[in-house]
Design a binder for this molecule. Structure first.
Ligand SMILES: Nc1ncnc2c1ncn2[C@@H]1O[C@H](COP(=O)(O)OP(=O)(O)OP(=O)(O)O)[C@@H](O)[C@H]1O
Ligand SMILES: Nc1ccn([C@H]2C[C@H](O)[C@@H](COP(=O)(O)O)O2)c(=O)n1
Length: 672
């Protein structure tokens, strides 16, 4: 997951390959609650690991369910309908799929068995309506207290006493704000069906019906067959009881599939994008996004558990679509609309306004940032195709779908643009798809030359490695420690018995090295050389082999291969002058030889390695001398490098200076 303040996507031009989707959020949290209420143990396979499922799991544990992990399988031992904890304070983040069903289930359990539970979330959760569900629970006879603004979480359900519930008469619930209220009642009311059938009557037009289909489907898997009369009346048979199916598999997330279906439709030009984990047999309503994408021109094939998508019509075709049946996935259509031949109008999407954010307003605002013309109304959005793209800093409103949808704007070179896209707070995708950006990057190709590179060059012990690693961390970029390649080449040559002054021999060894990097660890031909690599003596050997043009040539392409989406920070001696002459920012980092010797001394001592400051100073001077005066790619600032003498600067100050220069060079305008 990219835990950075923002993530810059370079302009992208094509996509191909396979993505395996994480489990569906809707299914995961329903399955968890059902398994938590059922008697016995349920083995849950392919459960989504995300913010929303984590809050549900934490709540189940607080309520007394036993959770045991066995590799990718989670075993949930349920309550069998009997409260173990009589009181708890449950924090449910921004997970509507946890807040609504747990409110209903705990309200009926607390009322019938005696208990009191408080349910709260993040501030946005406290702005998301739950009043219609609360009204239905109160009509049933459950005590529910507003702990904040009436009609919104936080809530307290139950008052510790036992209450008789009015299950003999139909329980009304509104269906036109969120289908989760009906889902919540359907999941909870089997708990109170012992004395007779329980009837739920939907008031108003039910929205998002496919989500109710998922609920009914999963209830059936847990032994409860709800009788349905149209979409207005649902009857839970008398004596319904949750029976664990023993084992259950969570389908891949069909809403998450929408980003990769769109990816194939936009950028799957010479090969398809293959999606695994969800297929045409999916029980999730958002699988019908496939039809919408086809209407816009996508070529889709599929089977059980898989889809393949490639570009069909181009530009895409503008459409007008009632999106009530695919409320979440429909957001993706709004970004596909930028690549269409005419306007796209998405209607019947009023529910967008009460999701993680007001998604109609947020989508309109951010598409306009890109330069698009957008019209919005209470329950629709209309987007015009975009030709004059602007580099935009996309705000994501703590809404995972905003981040994932808007990432598709990075394909603007396919529609006349060539601008990067900045996604603010990329970690918001953790709600449903923590590795979304990693998955996206594994499939895409950038516009040639568009991967941004920051080059950090300078003499030994100036702090290049420290600075480069910090910059890479904060920008979410890859990191190239080019010195490590020269160090490894020197070690490989020595191990092979090749003299360090034999340029051709060392080059041959360097070209054949099998190097593997993982965090701080480095393996050379299967041998862990991490510690040996960092020795001062190894640095001196590296300095010797690096004078040979043939060695530098042998390592050239390896270094270039580090420049991958989303970007690279490279440190060394010739990053800005030779390897990445087109780097967007070149920093030449220096500090006085005395300072550097002192830093190196402290560095070695802190690692428990004995050192002598005078000999370190002499070594540093010798290394500077050799690195600066060799004929091949000598150490010197590139003409367009920014000089940074950090003799009197701390690490953070150096990082901030470089980030400041970086922001000046990026086309996004303001910093926040
Ligand atoms: N601005 C700074 N102020 C104080 N100490 C620093 C600063 N920058 C780096 N250091 C410290 O100096 C030491 C050397 O830094 P680092 O290893 O990053 O240098 P380097 O230039 O990459 O060296 P080499 O080229 O030998 O790999 C580290 O212990 C690091 O924490
Ligand atoms: N781009 C580079 C990187 C390193 N070298 C040589 C010269 C250095 O003295 C030696 C070790 O580098 P370090 O790990 O200390 O950064 O490798 C080079 O010539 N070009």
């Amino acid at each position: 997951m990219f835990d950075t303040a923002f993530l810059d996507l370079p302009p992208l031009v094509s996509a191909r390959g396979t993505v395996r989707l994480p489990g569906s959020k809707s299914i995961s949290n329903r399955v968890l609650l059902l398994a938590g209420l059922a008697e016995g143990s349920t083995a849950v396979h392919d459960l989504l690991d995300s913010d929303d499922t984590r809050v549900m799991l934490a709540a189940l544990e607080q309520l007394g369910c036993t959770l045991q992990r066995d590799g990718a399988v989670l075993h949930v031992t349920g309550l069998g309908g009997h409260l173990q904890a009589r009181q708890a304070q449950l924090f449910l983040g921004n997970a509507g799929t946890a807040m609504r069903p747990l409110t209903a289930a705990l309200a009926v359990l607390a009322a019938t068995q005696g208990g009191a539970f408080e349910l709260s979330g993040v501030p946005r959760m406290h702005e998301r309506p739950i009043g219609d569900l609360v009204d239905a629970l109160r009509a049933l006879g459950c005590p529910v207290a507003d702990l904040g603004q009436p009609g919104y979480p936080p809530l307290r359900v139950g008052d510790g006493a036992v209450h008789a519930l009015h299950t003999a008469r139909p329980i009304p619930v509104r269906g036109d704000v969120s289908s989760q209220f009906l889902t919540a009642l359907l999941l909870a009311l089997p708990l109170v069906s012992a004395d007779g059938p329980v009837v739920i009557e939907v008031v108003g037009e039910l929205i998002s019906k496919p989500y109710i289909e998922i609920t009914l489907n999963l209830l059936a898997r847990f032994g409860i067959t709800v009788q349905r009369e149209g979409w207005q009346r649902f009857t839970i048979p008398q004596g319904s009881a949750y029976r664990s199916p023993g084992s259950i598999h969570v389908e891949g997330d069909a809403s998450s599939a929408s980003y990769f279906i769109a990816l194939g439709a936009i950028a799957g030009t010479d090969a398809p994008v293959r999606i695994e984990g969800v297929g045409l047999d999916a029980i999730q309503g958002d699988i019908r996004f496939v039809e919408a994408a086809q209407a816009m021109g996508a070529q889709v094939s599929g089977g059980p558990g898989w889809l393949e998508v490639r570009r069909g019509a181009w530009p895409l075709k503008g459409i007008t679509l009632d999106c009530n049946h695919i409320p979440d996935a429909a957001m993706t259509l709004a970004v596909m609309a930028l690549y269409a031949d005419g306007p796209t109008r998405l209607t019947n999407i009023a529910s967008w306004r009460v999701k993680e954010t007001d998604r109609i307003a947020a989508m309109a605002t951010e598409l306009r940032q890109l330069g698009a013309t957008v019209t919005e109304g209470p329950d629709f959005i209309e987007v015009q195709p975009l030709h004059a793209w602007r580099a935009a800093h996309i705000h994501t409103y703590d809404d995972h779908r905003m981040a994932m949808c808007l990432s598709l704007a990075a394909f603007n070179p396919l529609a006349g643009g060539s601008v990067p896209v900045r996604i603010a707070d990329p970690k918001c995708v953790a709600k449903t798809f923590p590795d979304y950006f990693e998955a996206l990057f594994s499939l895409v190709e950038p516009l040639p030359g568009a991967v941004p590179v920051i080059a950090v060059d300078g003499p030994t012990a100036s702090g290049k490695g420290t600075l480069a690693a910090e910059l890479a961390e904060r920008l979410g970029y890859h990191l190239l420690d080019s010195g490590a390649l020269y160090r490894a080449a020197a070690l490989a040559a020595r191990a092979a018995g090749v003299a360090l002054d034999d340029g051709a021999g060392v080059a041959q060894v360097a070209a054949a090295m099998a190097l593997r990097f993982q965090g701080q660890q480095v393996w050379l031909d299967g041998r862990d050389i991490s510690d040996e690599l960092r020795l001062e003596t190894t640095g001196a050997l590296a300095s010797q082999v690096s004078v040979h043009p043939a060695v530098r040539q042998a390592l050239h392409d390896v270094q270039l291969s580090f420049a991958r989406v989303p970007g690279l920070v490279a440190d060394g001696r010739d990053m800005g002058t030779v390897v990445f002459p087109g780097a967007a920012l070149k920093v030449f980092l220096t500090a006085s030889a005395d300072q550097r010797a002192e830093r190196r001394y402290k560095q070695l001592i802190s690692k428990g390695i004995s050192a002598n400051i005078d000999s370190l100073r002499a070594d540093i001077r010798a290394r500077d001398e050799r690195d600066m005066n060799r004929s091949a790619a000598p150490l010197k600032p590139a003409e367009d490098a920014v000089l940074l003498d950090n003799s009197q600067l701390g690490i953070e100050e150096s990082v901030q200076r470089c980030l400041g220069w970086w922001h000046e060079r990026r086309p996004f305008g303001r910093l926040a």
